[in-house]
Design a protein around this ligand. Structure first.
Ligand code: FAD
Length: 386
């Protein structure tokens, strides 16, 4: 089926390349690694070697010279093969985009080639125990001194920091902030820096990418650790947050395609009475509705990527895409589980264990309520309640 979106020849080639690699591993590889708390180093290395981690990064720094439109194809296709990789969204997309847009030449030379070839990774540290939906509340503080900066505070729900060589830290600038207004600055902090420690948060999510609380206790970094301009971090961080929303759209529509594909295959084969269960409209219609919702989510995701790549305002489109795609994915997965009857809950069929990673997309990186607040206030001009 053609669906609502159309791949260019280049996008089709990227999709085929991702599918070729993903098929060699399969959904059970992703789930088993996640279940056992193990990583996916071989898959990551293969994606890097095929140029599928940095195709949105500038060519002069080892990337492919494309944009979010190409990143969307990769992330969606991996998820459509049962591999929703959070780390792709974090290291190449959020951190890679912030560095590509605001990093110094030296910083780009140091980090972008290794992010693109997969040999190193960077985690993203914005959220804190008291700064989730309200990111203005960031309390981790960076203080300037003669030889650089000292950073103290804690970060909460930091994905995959155990696999990463550095953490992109969003901190309150101790000198530029006042008691009523925080000015944020961004830093690249090596994960082996003295004073940086982390502790795993146990969650229900089955994924090779685990979650951590990170503690920063007077962590010293040189002046070259600062990204862009001090105090301008909030504006700069949006070069990473819109790509994050767009790629959560892609990851969600990929899961939706995976779930609906498996459900349709099962519903064509499984007979309980005289016809395959797919002939019953109680099974067929919800799957058809899910397909429609996922295709609309894909359309919104592709459009928001186009706007981002064209340098146009894309906040509204990225929020709409994230919302539409994540809601569609969750309904599609639930319906796929239902279509499989009891088998929907077995590990063998590779569906139910994707539940929490899919459910996550309703809460993070931006919750459905905060998207609705954004749309109510920005698109509809309604007043804020907070
Ligand atoms: C698995 C996982 C991975 C994550 N990875 C990262 C990461 O790598 N890096 C990182 O920096 N962060 C990460 N996060 C954090 C994530 O971005 C936050 O969890 C998210 O922004 C929500 O913040 P919170 O958890 O503090 O919820 P809260 O802000 O405490 O919100 C609680 C509830 O109240 C609602 N709410 C709050 N304010 C309003 C309002 N004004 N109107 C209506 N409803 C409201 C929210 O929608 C939510 O439902 C991750 C989170 C999870 C769960």
């Amino acid at each position: 089926m053609a669906g609502l979106t159309h791949d260019t020849d280049e996008h089709k080639a990227i999709r085929d390349s991702v599918a070729g690699i993903a098929d060699r591993y399969g959904p059970q590889y992703f789930l088993q690694r996640g279940r056992n708390g193990e990583g996916i180093e071989e898959l990551w290395k293969d994606l890097g070697a095929a140029g599928l981690l940095g195709l949105h990064l500038p060519e002069e720094y080892g990337g492919g010279g494309g944009g979010m439109a190409e990143a969307v194809v990769v992330v969606e296709e991996l998820a459509a093969h049962g591999m929703p990789l959070l780390i792709w969204v974090i290291s190449p997309a959020i951190c890679g985009n912030i560095l590509a847009h605001h990093g110094s030449d030296a910083m780009k030379k140091r980090w972008l080639p290794v992010i693109a070839d997969g040999s190193q990774k960077m985690a993203f540290g914005l959220t804190e125990p008291d700064a989730g939906s309200n990111s203005h509340n960031v309390n981790s503080t960076a203080r300037k001194h003669v030889a650089g900066w000292a950073i103290s505070g804690s970060k909460y729900y930091i994905s995959a920091v155990d696999q990463c060589d550095a953490l992109l830290v969003v901190a309150r600038d101790g000198d530029l902030s006042t008691s009523d207004k925080s000015q944020l600055s961004l830093f690249v902090v090596p994960t082996d820096a003295p004073g940086l420690t982390y502790q795993q948060i146990d969650t229900s999510i089955v994924s090779p990418d685990k979650q951590f609380t990170v503690f920063l206790d007077d962590v010293e970094v040189g002046p070259d650790a600062l990204i862009g301009d001090a105090g301008n971090g909030l504006r700069q961080v949006f070069s990473g947050l819109n790509p994050e929303r767009i790629l959560v759209g892609a990851l969600s529509t990929g899961i939706g395609r995976y779930a609906i594909g498996k459900a349709a295959d099962y519903a064509r084969e499984r007979k309980v009475w005289s016809t395959p269960i797919g002939a019953h409209q109680g099974i067929a219609h919800p799957l058809a509705e899910s397909h429609i919702a996922v295709e609309l989510g894909r359309l919104a995701t592709v459009r928001s990527a186009e706007l981002f790549d064209a340098g146009q305002p894309c906040g509204e489109a990225a929020n709409i895409a994230k919302f539409a795609a994540s809601e569609a994915a969750l309904k599609a997965l639930d319906q796929a589980i239902q279509t499989h009857g009891g088998n929907g809950l077995s590990h063998e069929y590779g569906l139910s264990e994707l539940w929490f990673v899919t459910r996550l997309m309703r809460t993070a990186p931006v919750s459905r309520e905060m998207v609705l607040n954004f749309v109510a206030q920005t698109s509809l001009g309604l007043p804020r309640s907070y």
